[in-house]
Design a protein around this ligand. Structure first.
Ligand SMILES: [Zn+2]
Length: 604
């Protein structure tokens, strides 16, 4: 029999041993998790250095100094493109003045081209008129014509907007059905805010967990059930709208307008394929849940969750997710706000102070997503959603005095001095194929334009044997032309008067090539540019590299000079992966959509 004192020691030893073991296991787990997390964070920093992040949820004031301030914050944080959800309605001003939407868009496009796209807002003034349903349809058609990327509805429906009899207008009022339907047909995504945090529907007193915020914003309290619908009543009305219009894409903002109920979100996303959610102003809520559960949800719906912040550069103040009567945030505060967004998505940090203190006195825990999921949330999902209205990309061709014969070697120093653009967007639908992302670089000399493509592949699909110099095409027979196997292509248009005039260059991994001159819809295959090319296949790395050298004289009668801008699109077909990739997606069955070209800019 063991004396009690020793028994105690033995059990203590057992506890210590199991403690050490658990410690070692935890250490092991942390180490491997940190490897992934570290790698994802490094990739994400690179994306931010390239300003690839898209913030799908911003609100702007269009005074130049306030736009400038927003750009400084976005630049410091690595946000390349912002979506302003509330630029105004498309109703013209009195005396034929441009609408608020038009005027605002013009200011942003003039001062900061390519940095913002705008959604439009509905003008409810004539709600009580019998033809308002048609008026609403006309408004969104006008918005589309004026360049609205999408449509935003604020939390007015069900909570603030009233008809002529003083009744609240319901979220699912059938009068709006034709408009939702038309938004789907016009490929204009809808961002919609309905309801608010649950606490805003609970008693208005110091015990309310959002008291700090509510006492500064009494109008955000909806707890009086005699006046307002219930929280779930509002959400169910939104679900009915989403269900009735499967052709329209709905981004339910603020994490599905229900950041507190992850299972509810899971079910809604499972039920409605046309539903997406953004993260705007809700990381402080989502971050309160079990981070493992949130991680699983984000991985499960990685194609349906979009980055957005509710960053607002408004008169008098910036708003970082939310605000009250606290001191005005500085630009440094704004950078910290964005840094905390990254920290939550990219690290596994536990129990830290969230980015919007006024939203509540609690801590959050990070969810450490893998890089493949992060890039979808940060930009790829938004690129697909906004494919129709993303700003045209520019590729800068750097000038060189040194002409060279193509040899397919992209490691030469000259190429290292250029920056690459990516061909990775599906030509038809605008989806992103990062695994096939093709880097393209461009140089020009006084006599030539040079293009270099680096193409990752899994399996090459080519014609055998090679036909050498003879152009391989037959417009009457399917499947026998060069473009019916793996190729890279460049469409280049120097004619600023008629964008339907341009030239086309194709190159296969066999170094077979083809050039065509187009005056849509005529295609001149007899034309010869005299372009040269070379290919290097690096089978061990599964990469094929190629160079094209195109005589400038074949592209334009007038030589380009530094500052010249031509129109261009770049493509790649990869048959093994059923990929037809574009630099800027034509969003069509054909590549030949000159309205959808990007810009080739000649620089010193
Ligand atoms: Zn907002």
């Amino acid at each position: 029999m063991i004396p009690p004192s020793i028994r105690l020691k033995l059990s203590q030893a057992g506890i210590i041993a199991s403690f050490i073991l658990r410690g070692l296991l935890a250490l092991h787990r942390t180490a491997s998790a940190e490897d992934d997390v570290g790698a994802a964070g490094r990739e994400a920093r690179q994306w931010r250095a390239e300003h690839r992040v898209i913030d799908l949820h911003q609100h702007l004031d269009y005074r130049p100094e306030l736009l400038e301030r927003a750009i400084r914050v976005m630049d410091a944080s690595g946000v390349g493109l912002g979506v302003d959800l509330t630029p105004g309605t498309v109703t013209p001003g009195s005396d034929g003045q441009p609408s608020e939407f038009e005027a605002h868009k013009k200011v942003a496009d003039t001062l900061f081209p390519g940095r913002w796209v705008q959604y439009m807002n509905l003008d409810y003034t004539h709600w009580d008129q019998p033809d308002f349903a048609e008026q609403a349809v006309k408004q969104v058609e006008e918005g589309r014509r004026l360049g609205a990327a999408g449509f935003k509805e604020e939390k007015r429906l069900g909570l603030y907007l009233r008809d002529g009899h003083g009744q609240l207008i319901k979220v699912d009022d059938p009068k709006l059905d034709p408009m939702w339907e038309r938004l789907g047909e016009l490929n204009m995504p809808v961002s919609i805010h309905v309801g608010d945090p649950k606490a805003f529907f609970e008693p208005y007193n110091e015990k309310n967990e959002r008291w700090k915020e509510l006492k500064d914003h009494p109008r955000w309290w909806f707890g009086d059930t005699n006046k307002f619908p219930t929280f779930h009543g509002l959400l169910e009305a939104l679900n009915r709208v989403i269900a009735r219009h499967p052709g329209a894409t709905f981004v339910s903002v603020h994490f599905g307008n229900n950041a507190e109920e992850l299972d509810w979100i899971d079910q809604a996303l499972a039920r409605y394929p046309n539903l997406r959610v953004d993260l705007a102003a809700r990381i402080p809520e989502i971050g309160r849940h079990d981070p493992e559960q949130v991680h699983r949800l984000f991985v499960k719906y990685q194609d349906r969750i979009l980055f957005g912040t509710d960053f607002q550069s408004l008169e008098g103040r910036m708003i970082l997710g939310s605000s009250g009567n606290e001191p005005l945030p500085t630009e440094t505060d704004a950078e910290v706000f964005f840094a905390k967004e990254w920290r939550w998505l990219e690290t596994r940090d536990r129990n830290w102070a969230h980015m919007t203190p006024i939203q509540g006195d609690w801590t959050i825990s990070s969810i450490g997503l893998p890089a493949s999921v992060l890039r979808k949330i940060y930009f790829d999902n938004a690129r697909k959603l906004l494919a129709r209205s993303l700003p045209a990309p520019t590729l800068k061709a750097r000038h060189t005095r040194r002409d060279f014969e193509p040899d397919g070697d992209l490691t030469k120093t000259l190429w290292q001095t250029t920056s690459a653009t990516r061909v990775e967007t599906e030509a038809g639908e605008g989806g992103i194929r990062p695994e096939l992302s093709t880097a393209v670089r461009c140089l020009w000399s006084d006599d030539y334009l040079y293009l270099a493509y680096r193409c990752p592949y899994t399996e090459l699909t080519v014609f055998k044997p090679s036909q050498g110099e003879r152009k391989r095409f037959d417009l009457r027979a399917p499947g026998v032309s060069l473009w019916d196997r793996d190729v890279v292509e460049a469409f280049i248009g120097s004619d600023s008067q008629d964008i339907r005039n341009y030239t086309e260059f194709e190159l296969a991994p066999t170094n077979e090539r083809l050039d065509v001159r187009l005056a849509l819809s005529n295609k001149d295959f007899e034309w010869s540019s005299g372009f040269q090319s070379a290919v290097k296949i690096r089978a061990d790395e599964k990469i094929w590299d190629c160079e094209m050298r195109i005589p400038l004289a074949s592209l334009s009668a007038a030589k380009p000079i530094a500052g010249t801008r031509w129109r261009m699109n770049l493509f790649r077909s990869d048959r093994a992966n059923k990929a037809a990739l574009a630099w800027r997606a034509p969003l069509s069955q054909t590549f030949h959509v000159p309205e959808r070209f990007g810009v080739l800019e000649f620089v010193e």
